[in-house]
Design a protein around this ligand. Sequence first.
Ligand code: GLC
Length: 550
Amino acid sequence: MPNPPDNGTASSTAGREWWRDAVIYQVYVRSFADSDGDGEGDLRGVRSRLPELASLGVDAVWLTPFYVSPLADGGYDVADYRDVDPRFGTLTDFDDLTRRAHELGLRIIIDVVPNHTSSAHAWFREAVAAAPGDPTRSRYVFRPGRGPGGDQPPNNWKSIFGGPAWTRLKRPDGTPEEWYLHLFDPEQPDLDWTSPDVHAEFDDVLRFWLDRGVDGFRIDVAHGMVKDPALPDLPEGQRADLLDGSTELPYFDQEGVHDIYRRWNGIVGSYPGDRALVAEAWVEDAPRVARYLRPDELHQAFNFQFLTAGWDPEALRRVVDDSLAANGAVGAPTTWVLSNHDVTRHPTRFGAGERGLRRARAAALLALALPGSAYLYQGEELGLPEVTDLPEDALQDPTWERSGRTERGRDGCRVPLPWEGGGAPYGFGPPGSSPWLPMPPGWGSYSREAQRGDPDSTLALYTSALACRRASIDHAADLAWLDAGAGVLAFTRGDGFACAVNLGDGPAELPGPLLAPRTRVLLASGSVREVARTLVLPADTAVWLVPDES
Ligand code: GLC
């Protein structure tokens, strides 16, 4: 057997792997940089902008799906797991991007979408063309309907995007036949993970990309895949919301999913270079998340409890404690996530306008000071807000149509990035090109070009924070809370670093030096003052402190 290919990095001893304290930057490929002017971002665009991410100081880049796809759900509907959609480039472009990233010291994580395929996938087309009972149908969840003529869906499950989770097939002559399950859009049929074909296929897909040198996978809907075999009805009125893992459901967080991850752990572990598996699992609480991170399963999971805690000191402190305890018990790092392509951008969640941005900047310093790994969503380093007024005819998220045009969906956080200039497309694509979602007027002030060189910009704050994080935080040091008064979260990481965040309504005076014998401000998200050796922290502001050795 040939040796497994090396991604240029040897494996570390357990406990020292790169992903334990990495800062990972999420690139939403379609909206990052458009090299050919078709209005959609692409892999060449990503490659051309990689030096910007290296100079920002991140460790890794996670690329959202760029596979062949009808884009019914932004690429999370994959028609071919082993090829690049022509809109996004070619496999050669992917290899060039990976090589360039590695040259710049950046790792590459890609998405794997195992809960469902696209309805355009060869397997689904084959299954639809075959008769009920044909073995090709066993790769998906096909069932006869209920009631007279099988006119009712097999159970009462609802799609996360709205409407029933079942769609009925019709023969070419119009005769209705079986129904198929789709927890998301009808164009995203759920795979049946009791089928050995499905297991073999994903083993092979992982190897295909590991062989090309990827450093890890982000697993889409990692708590899905395995369903209660009885497919039981839900209690009346119950419905799954992607962002709410608080309800027990017969299709999420089932025991059997852990067997899949034990197998994937073995596959990834057979390659050198500490390749990582990251779970997107919206489950009930930190202990349920930690079950995905047992030593023989996945390496990281997004901390959605942190993302949803709001701007609330008690809630945040509880989440920090609970997640560190739960993950620590299985030897896994915790991640800190504020935004991604599925949620409202955090400056807008935290109150919009100036206050939202102030809080967002403070939250970034909090997230980057906590023990573990942090995920940044493209544009947060620019302080981008959610675009809340996209015209209705521009909306593309399936949620909009499936909810009967009552829920606008997630396009507002997916608007392409502004790079330079005073008008659309702001350097996202060549002059004159039309981005796939309209970019608002006035976005020039958020562009990288406008922020570069301005020491007060959000880009400068993130760049300094990432450099200081490398230089001044001892990643082996645990967090120890300090008592800094109501509304203030303050903690040390060893003797050499402290962080304080004021989440209260008014200014807070930090009691005495937080680190002996005197502290000095290393970095602040807003303006802090020192009055008679007391540090005054305005509301919605965070500060990083180090010992003053002068
Ligand atoms: C994940 C993705 C989301 C997608 C869904 C279905 O939650 O992050 O964008 O719509 O899975 O694949």
